[in-house]
Write a protein that binds this ligand. Sequence first.
Ligand SMILES: [Ca+2]
Ligand SMILES: [Ca+2]
Ligand SMILES: [Ca+2]
Length: 268
Amino acid sequence: MKKTTSNLTKFALGAFAFGALSSANATLVSYESFDYPPPGDPFLDGSNGGLGFSSSWRGSGLIDAGSLTGTAGTLTPGGNKGLMDINGRAWRNLSTSYNDSVTQTIYVSLLMRDGTLNATDYTVFEMFNGDDGDPSRAFQLGLIAGDGPNDGNIYSKVNNTALSSSLGAATTNSDFYLIQFDLVNGADDTVSVWRNPGITPGLADGTITVPSIAFDRIAFAAFGGNPDQALDEFRLGTELVDVLAVPEPTSASLVILVMGATLLRRKR
Ligand SMILES: [Ca+2]
Ligand SMILES: [Ca+2]
Ligand SMILES: [Ca+2]
C-alpha cells in the first residue's frame, strides 16, 4: 500500500513538473538578448544570433557590455545589449510576418533606456512592415519628439498616425515594456502597452485601436541630442509566459495533486 501511494505521488509530481516545463516558453518565437562579444564595442551590423529572425542586424549601432535590467516582470536577461550611440537606426527582420489575415494575439516584451535625455530626443523601439522606410512604420514606442507631442513623455504610435495616451515621463532609467497585439480578422486590431509592469500586468498604460496592423521586422533608433539609446531582451511569443515572468505555478496546485493522490489511495 505504501509503495502504491508513493508511485501515485511520484506520478502526480512528474505530471505536474512536465506540465510546468512544457507550458513555459513553449511558444517563444523570437528572442534577441544581444549575446554577441562586446570587446571594443563592435558594430551591431551583421550580428546574426538570437532566435526567430530571417536576417542579421543592419544599419547603425554597437554591441555594449552587460544587459539592461527591468522590473520583477522581466525574465532573466542574457548576453549584452544593443546601443545607438550616434544618430541612426538598426533593423532586423523577423522570421514571420504578422497581420490580421488570421485572428491572433502576439506578445512582445523588451528593455529600453535613453541614457542621456534631451528635449529633442527621438529614442524608440519600432516595428516596420515590408521595407525599412518611415512610411512602412507600423509601431513606435519611446520618446518621439518631432513625431508626436514634444513634452518629454513616452508614447506609443501605430501606423504613423494613431497615438496612445502618455505612458509617463521619460527618465534615464531602463524601462521594461510589455506589448500585446490583438490582430483581428474582419474587425479592429488593438495594441496594448504596459510600461514597467510587475508579474501581474493589470490594465494597460496605453491602448491603440486601428483597423489593421502588420509587421515583419524590428528596429531601434536614436535621433536628436546625445544619442545614447539601448535596446535589450526583445522577446516575441504567442503566450504571455513567453515574454513576462508570470508567477510560478503555485504550490497550491501541487498540494491539490498530492491530495488527489492521497484520496485515490484511501478509496482503495
Ligand atoms: Ca541582454
Ligand atoms: Ca538621448
Ligand atoms: Ca483587423
